[in-house]
Design a protein around this ligand. Structure first.
Ligand SMILES: *[C@@H]1O[C@H](CO)[C@@H](O)[C@H](O)[C@H]1NC(C)=O
Ligand SMILES: *[C@@H]1O[C@H](CO)[C@@H](O)[C@H](O)[C@H]1NC(C)=O
Length: 307
């Protein structure tokens, strides 16, 4: 067990060191990262979502690809502008793909059977095709593809991890819901039971629901980092525990934290470690949402070298 952890730790360290970090001058660090570029024809896009990219001046050889998903009422560029992902891409040479819902203000579809099925024809299919396009266009490293998002984008992050487990190595979701919790059967439906914290399932039932999204898949699922605020009134605080149960079911973990770290990675945050592939960060006094922490997400992905 201990040597397994050591091997996993060394692998993560080597992969984060492998990402080119073109030592930036102060000027470059201070320069505001530019803007997103829209890509029109990225492949099959059944629900009409939009693709934007940010490609740094110095791309790493075989760059990692990070998919970033906005909240309802946000756009790709408003979310890009509010995060440090552009600057961090300049420093570490990875490719950013920002998805955007069909109409401004729309939430991601995390409720229809199309989106909750591998290549089922919903938003998840379009997002997967954006990633495939970026991997091909920039000679990306298919083993280093990651997904993150806030709120509706966090729900979609969990959906992408469940529906395309073969595509993503890790995910970091900020204030979302377990994959499948929002299912209504309709496109872009609002599931008030899930949002209200009334959906309770066992780890085994959650895992069965996830497995149904990609029947026959027997490979590994992406590492999952779940963030949630303990005074969230939009997506009930129960979401945190249900998400932990879902991914504990997938990874075969007990769901009880093996380690608890107060004020980690920052003030009013408690980190719970459930296993090598699952962590949760509980925000004390945070409502909706716990703000994106780009460096913690990129460290979880292995793009930045953590402590
Ligand atoms: C949710 O998880 C947290 C952290 O493990 C725990 O302190 C809390 O009691 C759990 N809440 C419920 C309702 O189970
Ligand atoms: C974000 O995470 C980094 C570690 O990756 C930590 O140093 C920083 O304090 C965190 N920021 C906040 C606001 O919690």
């Amino acid at each position: 067990m201990r040597s397994m952890n050591l091997v996993a730790g060394l692998t993560a360290l080597l992969s984060c060191l492998a990402t080119a970090a073109p030592a930036p001058g102060t000027q470059q660090l201070e320069a505001r990262a530019g803007s997103l570029t829209q890509v029109q024809d990225f492949g099959k896009n059944p629900s009409g979502i939009k693709m934007f990219t940010y490609v740094p001046a110095k791309l790493a050889a075989k760059p990692p690809v990070v998919l970033v998903l906005h909240a309802c009422a946000w756009t790709a560029s408003s979310f890009f502008g509010s995060t440090k992902y552009g600057q961090l891409a300049e420093q570490h040479g990875f490719v950013l793909v920002f998805g955007q819902t069909p109409k401004d203000g729309d939430c991601w579809d995390v409720s229809s059977d199309q989106t909750l099925t591998h290549d089922g024809g919903g938003d998840s299919t379009g997002l997967a095709n954006m990633v495939k396009y970026a991997l091909q266009k920039y000679n990306g490293d298919a083993s280093r593809v990651y997904v993150t998002g806030e709120s509706s984008g966090a729900m979609m992050t969990q959906v992408m991890a469940a529906v395309y487990p073969d595509m993503f190595a890790a995910a970091s979701e900020f204030s979302g819901e377990p994959a499948g919790c929002f299912r209504t059967g309709s496109v872009r439906g609002w599931n008030s039971q899930c949002a209200g914290g009334q959906v309770n399932k066992s780890p085994a039932d959650w895992a069965a629901q996830v497995h149904k999204m990609y029947p026959g898949y027997t490979g590994t699922y992406p590492k999952m980092l779940v963030w949630h605020g303990d005074v969230d009134k939009t997506l009930n605080i129960n979401s945190f525990n249900e998400s932990i149960k879902e991914w504990s079911g997938i990874f075969g973990y007990s769901g009880t934290a093996k380690q608890t770290m107060e004020n980690t990675p920052g003030a009013r945050l408690t980190k719970y470690i459930y296993g090598d592939r699952l962590q949760g960060i509980w925000g004390h006094g945070f409502g909706h949402v716990v703000p994106t922490n780009e460096t913690e997400a990129l460290t979880w992905f292995g793009i930045l070298c953590g402590s």
